[in-house]
Structures are given as structure tokens and as C-alpha cells.
Ligand binder design. Structure first.
Ligand code: AMP
Ligand code: MG
Length: 337
């Protein structure tokens, strides 16, 4: 399969008409969103959705997020819209927030990974919403990486993973957020955070009160434990390099890595202290870290890093999302100094 790339910033008309033509025809197209790039197909067509799993090499029990462009598109996809979902949608949609509800019969089992619930998001990216509108369909779209690899935040990385696997990639430039959406379920008794992202726990609790946080957000699943969110049980975001998070002060970190043959994943302004360093944002700015993390992981591989020691982010606000991705890419290896 030949993979075409169309830049929607310079060629919007063709990008929209080609993406819509292919998706309506049951094909898979790489699309930009404000979180990370997605691999989009008609969420209501089980055969089309199956092609996403094949392109990514994704396990079939790991459900996909369904993307809509307007609030009116939600009701047909779910059994009912809980009051708290309405509140959340008013405040955070369009944006990096995915909400899980009981699914309607319109959603095929492949889209929901066999669960009786469906995850829905309205992206903030104008390009993403224009593509959904042009299709006139809800779009199932997981991150556009090969399963297990870091999520792509630009079209070049999508092409690297998906060349020959999808007919079209829409290039919309860089992603504003850089990590995947916050995922929260309203299908449980108490709203429960399954994955942290650009909309923070602090923002959500200010609006709807206390929520639960699934233990898999910060901890490795124990053998035999079932994940509330199937995606959490798989190896994820992992570059080829072997990463260890080092918790402790900057001085102790410097002391720990000196004389070691390694790369360092550190914050901006710290890199001059190390021979081989890649930075991921500023220590006091979780959003800048989110923005850089996946690119930094891919950069480490491009530079041939074998052993990497990473500075630990603040674990609050958007930093919770950064930490959640980093511990998975490190295979939960943490060293206290
Ligand atoms: P991705 O599509 O790669 O951003 O991953 C989507 C994430 O949302 C994965 O971790 C899924 O397991 C999770 N997810 C999607 N739908 C559901 C659902 N119905 N119930 C629980 N988790 C879900
Ligand atoms: Mg993913």
C-alpha cells in the first residue's frame, strides 16, 4: 500500500475531501488532534475498525476512543448521558478529555473491545473536528503509533510507523498537548480516572467533586489483576532504550549519573551538566513536559541511547499525566537517590 501525506495547513480542501472519501469507504487515515496523532476509521463499521487494530498491531481487547465534532452526536452513541457528563462536556469539550458511558447498540463490539461501554471525546483541534464533520461519522481513533511505541506528535513519526499500513496521513503540524487525553469513566459507581491527561484531576474535582483514581494510573498492575482500562495492562510508550526514573534532588541526580555510560533525560537548562542529554520541558511546567515527552523518547532512540536515567517530574496537574507515561516507558523502574 502506498501511503500519501497531505498537509491540511496548505491544502485543506483536498485533505478534507480525500480523508472523508477514504474513511467513508471503510479505510483508515492518520489524522492530527491536539493530544497526539490518531488513526481514524468509521466507529460504526466493525470491518473498518478492525483495520485500525491490524495497522497498529493492537490487542483486540483494548478499546478505542470515539471522536465527535458536536454535542448532538453524543446521544446516539450511548444509552444515557449522565448529568455529570453534561457538566464536564460544557466545561472541557472540545478538549483533551475522554468520557466513558454505557454504549448504545450502534457501537460495534470491535470498537469497544467487547465491553458494554464506549469512550467518547470531542477534540479541540479544528482540523480533527473538520475531518469528522467532512465524514459525517463518529471516528474511532487510537494513537497513530505501532502498539507499544511512544505516541506520535507529528506527521513524520506517524509516517515512520504507518508507511505502507494506511493509505493516507493528514499532516496538521505539531500537537498542542502532546500526550493522550484524560480518560474518566462515568459507567462506574463513582467517576473514576483511568488515564491522566491534559484536563487535570484538580480541574475535574473543582467541577464535579471528588473522583476515584484507578490504581493502575500510578502503579504497576499485579499479576492476575484486571485493569479498569484494558490499555493499562500493556507495555506502552516504550523506546528501545532502557529507561530508569531517578527520584531525588538535582544535585543527587548529577552525582548518581557521573561516571556512568548513559544518556540523561532531563529538564531544560540542566543539559549542560551531562555529556549525552535530551530534555523534556521545564521542571516547573507540566504542560511543556507533556509537549516534549514522546518526542524526547523517540529522539533518544534516534541518537542510539542504550541506558537512560530520567529526571522525575512533579506528580500533580499535567505532571501526573507525564509521570504516568514516563513510568510505563521505564517499565516501572524507579531509583531513589
Ligand atoms: P488510545 O486510543 O491509544 O489513546 O487509548 C485509549 C485508552 O482508553 C486505552 O487505555 C483504553 O483501554 C481506554 N478505553 C477506551 N475505551 C474504554 C472503555 N470503554 N472502558 C475502559 N477504558 C477504555
Ligand atoms: Mg495509544
Amino acid at each position: 500500500m502506498i501511503t500519501r501525506v497531505i498537509d491540511i495547513r496548505t491544502n485543506e480542501k483536498e485533505a478534507l475531501s480525500e480523508a472523508a472519501r477514504l474513511i467513508k469507504d471503510g479505510e483508515v487515515v492518520g489524522i492530527p488532534t491536539e493530544t497526539v496523532y490518531g488513526l481514524a476509521a468509521n466507529a460504526l463499521d466493525g470491518e473498518a475498525v478492525r483495520k485500525i487494530y491490524i495497522a497498529k498491531g493492537r490487542p483486540s481487547d483494548n478499546p478505542l476512543i470515539v471522536h465527535i465534532s458536536d454535542m448532538s452526536e453524543l446521544a446516539p452513541l450511548v444509552r444515557e448521558i449522565p448529568e455529570k457528563v453534561r457538566l464536564m462536556a460544557e466545561k472541557f469539550w472540545p478538549g483533551p478529555l475522554t468520557m466513558i458511558m454505557k454504549k448504545s447498540d450502534l457501537i460495534p463490539d470491535v470498537t469497544s473491545g467487547g465491553l458494554d461501554t464506549v469512550a467518547v471525546r470531542m477534540p479541540k483541534s479544528e482540523y480533527a473536528r473538520k475531518i469528522i464533520k467532512a465524514c459525517g461519522l463518529p471516528l474511532a481513533a487510537p494513537s497513530a503509533n505501532l502498539s507499544g511505541s511512544p505516541s506520535p506528535t507529528n506527521a513524520r513519526y506517524v509516517f515512520g510507523d504507518m508507511d505502507g499500513r494506511v493509505p493516507l496521513i493528514i499532516d496538521g503540524g505539531g500537537c498542542e498537548i502532546g500526550v493522550e487525553s484524560t480518560v474518566i469513566t462515568f459507567a462506574a459507581e463513582k467517576p473514576t480516572l483511568l488515564r491522566p491527561g491534559g484536563v487535570t484531576v484538580e480541574q475535574i474535582e473543582a467541577l464535579i467533586g471528588e473522583i476515584d483514581i484507578a490504581s493502575a494510573v500510578l502503579n504497576k498492575l499485579k499479576d492476575g489483576e484486571t485493569a479498569a482500562s484494558p490499555g493499562m495492562k500493556y507495555k506502552h510508550y516504550a523506546p528501545s532504550a532502557d529507561i530508569t526514573i531517578v527520584k531525588g534532588s538535582f544535585e543527587k541526580f548529577v552525582d548518581f549519573v557521573k561516571d556512568k555510560d548513559c544518556f540523561v533525560l532531563c529538564f531544560e537548562g540542566e543539559e549542560q551538566n551531562f555529556e549525552n542529554a535530551v530534555t523534556y520541558g521545564r521542571a516547573d511546567d507540566g504542560l511543556s513536559e507533556a509537549n516534549r515527552l514522546f518526542d524526547a523518547l523517540r529522539e533518544l532512540d534516534e541518537r542510539g541511547a542504550k541506558t537512560v536515567y530520567a529526571r522525575c517530574p512533579e506528580i500533580s496537574g499535567v505532571g501526573l499525566a507525564v509521570y504516568n507515561r514516563l513510568i510505563r516507558s521505564a517499565g516501572f523502574k524507579i531509583k531513589e537517590v
